[in-house]
Write a protein that binds this ligand. Structure first.
Ligand SMILES: *Cc1c(COP(=O)(O)O)cnc(C)c1O
Length: 393
């Protein structure tokens, strides 16, 4: 079956008593057993049956199952935020004395997790330019526990060569773990490029309406220890599993993901082209524009769509603030891939507490506005952007 069908028509494992057409919300914590032997089997993983909702819940299992069928992954685990998916995955591979090869160009909290939190437990960050393959190769040694990267960095919109990095990592027996939040897994075939594990903030495209936090670990089974640690150690000991309420909302989101995403990506491309024609902006950065330095690589790796995030550069930080303040339709808010279009000045918000020299290293500029393009009519969006820009001329 095709992805659109799988997203909608994956039956839940145990049909409920009333044949509910939508996935039921199992809003309970504990599950009852017919006899002591079955209970023992469930607790000791001899049979697969939920016993306690910190580690398994049928509503969440159904979401995981749909994502597994959509990605052909070996295992999918749902967490209660993107950060929970990322931290649990890194904790599954890392231990004292190991290092993580990654880049400065990371989601702010991921960078802080790797360079502060994990460092306190003796895991060392190796921050490199991941578009420099020699630098990646030189950074990996016998203590490297993974190479971690974002498939399109935010807000730099940098794209690394996944196939080349996977080859380098695998030659040294190291898994490649990627954050693929920016392009939905329904569009890509990252396993074919050599990716071992994808982590996703399902808060973004999946939830759609910004209804719920969630994270997914999509594990292709190439490094079996990762799933064992996640499923049989970390879910139990860290307690960051997705809740049934969030899974329900995100399952509804998954059912309409493809149509929403196609529209959002088309809107983003049209907006990028339209903004450029306005000629009032110093720079429009979108990996779906043919003359973007990453266009060819992005098309090869991710297919014909290029996501719904773009950035524009204005003359100064003040110009960015004036522009944001004049927006009438587009919302001043963080978050990505909401149904509504959102605008933010990353340097003063998401990265607002980072010192200037670090911002430089991360290539987060004071002149950049990030746009997450939604489902509105593109003419209305362009008109709002135009009036917000024009007043500054
Ligand atoms: C939002 C985001 C995260 C964190 O996800 P939460 O669901 O907010 O915890 C991680 N990585 C990327 C690329 C993101 O955009």
């Amino acid at each position: 079956m095709k992805k659109q069908t799988i997203a909608i028509d994956t039956p839940y494992v145990r049909p409920d008593a009333y044949g509910s057409l939508a996935v039921p919300i199992y809003n309970n914590v504990a599950f009852e057993f017919d006899d002591a032997a079955e209970m023992a089997d469930a607790f000791c993983n001899r049979i697969k049956a939920p016993d306690y909702a910190r580690v398994e819940n049928p509503t969440v299992t159904n979401l995981e199952q749909r994502v597994r069928l959509l990605t052909n992954a070996a295992h999918v685990t749902a967490f209660n935020s993107g950060m929970a998916a990322i931290s649990n995955t890194l904790l599954a591979v890392a231990s004292q004395g190991k290092n993580i090869v990654t880049s400065h160009h990371l989601f702010g909290n991921t960078l802080a997790l790797i360079s502060n939190t994990l460092l306190r437990f003796g895991v060392k960050p190796r921050l490199r330019d991941l578009t420099d393959l020699q630098a990646v190769e030189d950074a990996i040694d016998e203590h490297t526990c993974c190479v971690f990267l974002e498939i399109v960095t935010n807000p730099q919109l940098e794209v690394a060569d996944l196939h080349a990095i996977a080859e380098i990592a695998h030659q040294k027996g190291v898994p490649l773990i990627v954050d693929s939040t920016v392009i939905p897994f329904t569009e890509t075939h990252l396993r074919e490029l050599g990716v071992d594990v994808e982590v996703v903030s399902s808060t973004k495209y999946l939830s759609g309406g910004g209804t719920s936090l969630g994270g997914l670990v999509i594990d292709y089974g190439t490094f079996p220890l990762i799933n064992q640690r996640i499923k049989y150690e970390l879910l139990f000991n860290l307690g960051a599993y997705m809740t049934s309420q969030a899974a329900y909302l995100q399952t509804l989101g998954l059912e309409t993901l493809d149509v929403r995403y196609q529209r959002q990506a088309a809107n983003a491309l049209q907006l990028a082209e339209g903004l450029r024609e306005l000629g009032m902006i110093q720079n429009v950065n979108y990996i779906g524009l043919k003359d973007n330095p990453y266009y060819q690589l992005a098309q090869r790796q991710f297919g014909k769509t290029a996501g719904a995030m773009l950035t524009i550069d204005l003359a100064s930080k003040d110009a960015c603030f004036r522009f944001l303040n004049r927006l009438r339709l587009i919302h001043r808010a963080t978050n990505l891939f909401d149904n509504r279009t959102l605008a933010i000045h990353p340097a003063s918000t998401i990265f607002g507490l980072f010192p200037e020299h670090q911002l430089e290293k991360m290539n987060v500029r004071q002149t950049t506005i990030r746009l997450s393009v939604g489902l509105e009519a593109v003419e209305d969006l362009l008109e709002d952007l135009q009036q917000a820009l024009e007043d500054d001329l």
